[in-house]
Design a protein around this ligand. Structure first.
Ligand code: NI
Length: 395
């Protein structure tokens, strides 16, 4: 079966590269993937999939029925681009001013389509049913929730996903057991003091100075009170307050992001942060407000599915093109939202060019090695086949 999948995928490769270039030239921002969704739906329909549009706003779902009548294996790819002005010299560079596929979601969409085309061509030999989720708005961490709320995961027993990675060579993949990405939460702290003359601090409550104490205390408390083997990163990225050089500020707003990997740590963070803010503010007589918003949980790869994925990748491309990743990333990915109720695994698809400078994700000169498309399609299609034939037991 592997040979057959690879042969079909190789025959499709020129068409897939065309598709990817078309998507790359026509990027759309999160929640505005109208043309992309219509294009995806068109390709899926032409391959004989049962297609539903406007699932999760601008999302698309395509289904293939297998021989047996059990639940679906889900394959999720994201479709949105970023508000970045492209600065590559590619002939198929973005034609949309200020919008660019700088996170490789054009490749993800193409790999999803390619996998659908390959599995559709297996016809009666496809052992089980597969549902493709083409998700909008990953970059704003909303699309997965929209899709789930619209029922896209109903009947899905396991989920596969991928993300391109510019530090892994094109043709190779990175596979991680356990935590792949971090939980990401938004944090807003408002500190309220009392205004006064800059020369008479004892008559005022200086919200700027207290805010600086809050920041320092939080950073020190991470190193002294959090388990160092369970990382927490807290970044205050924005701070605002104050009116004039000689007026003591009565209010300061701090806005930041909080990343963590361990579910228990993640659960405890809001209370932990609020206690620290409360104690510092109480000491100096300031008022406070802490607004903590959970955005996405950590992607925790399911062990059994990861094993199936790893063996499929090794069989398909040989062991030296499969890297087992020893470290997770503190980046975030809303793939985790689907995993609330369904086990899943996401892998990293290498896209680094062997012979040119590789820019990071979200960079205006980000480019990919297009050979990665074939690599990704074969791995996903063969993993899907093995999922059905290796007998995955849902927990
Ligand atoms: Ni991305």
């Amino acid at each position: 079966m592997l040979d057959r999948i690879e042969q079909i995928a190789r025959n499709l490769e020129p068409r897939l590269i065309e598709i990817r270039r078309h998507l790359h030239a026509h990027p759309e921002l999160s929640g505005e993937e109208y043309q992309t969704a219509a294009y995806v739906a068109g390709v899926l329909s032409s391959c004989g999939l049962h297609v539903r549009e406007s699932v999760g706003k601008t999302g698309v779902v395509g289904e293939l029925n297998g021989r047996d009548g059990s639940g679906y294996l889900g394959i999720r790819t994201d479709m949105d681009a970023l508000p970045i002005q492209e600065r590559t010299n590619l002939e198929y560079a973005s034609r949309c001013e200020g919008v660019m596929h700088a996170c490789g979601h054009d490749v993800h969409t193409t790999v999803g389509l390619g996998t659908a085309m390959v599995l559709a061509q297996l016809g009666e030999d496809l052992p089980g049913a597969v549902r493709f989720l083409f998700q909008p708005a990953e970059e704003i961490a909303q699309g997965a929730r929209w899709m789930v709320e619209d029922g896209a995961m109903e009947g899905v027993d396991a989920l596969l996903g991928l993300h391109v990675f510019p530090t892994i060579p094109g043709g190779s993949v990175g596979i991680r057991y356990g935590a792949l990405t971090a939980a990401a939460d938004d944090l807003e702290i408002i500190i309220t003091g009392e205004s006064g003359h800059g020369a008479r601090p004892h008559e005022a409550i200086d919200a700027i100075w207290i805010a600086s104490q809050v920041i320092v205390t939080l950073q020190q408390a991470i190193s002294r009170t959090q388990n160092p083997l369970r990382p927490v990163v807290l970044t205050i990225g924005q701070i605002s307050g104050g009116r004039a050089p000689n007026v003591i500020a009565d209010q300061v707003k701090l806005v930041g992001t909080v990343r963590s990997l361990h579910p228990e740590t993640h659960a405890a963070l809001p209370t932990w942060i609020e206690d620290i803010v409360a104690n510092v503010c109480r000491t100096y007589g300031a008022g406070y407000e802490v607004n903590y918003r959970r955005v996405v949980p950590s992607v925790q790869n399911d062990t059994r599915l990861t094993q199936i994925l790893e063996s499929a990748a090794r069989e398909a491309w040989g062991g030296d093109r499969v890297q087992i990743l020893t470290e997770p990333s503190l980046g975030a990915e809303d793939f985790s939202v689907y995993l609330d109720r369904t086990p899943g695994v996401m892998f990293r698809l290498g896209v680094a060019h062997p012979s040119q400078k590789n820019y990071p994700l979200h960079h205006p000169k980000f480019e990919v090695d297009e050979s990665s498309i074939l690599t990704g399609v074969v791995i996903l299609a063969y993993t899907a086949y093995k999922y059905w034939t290796a007998g995955y037991d849902t927990p």
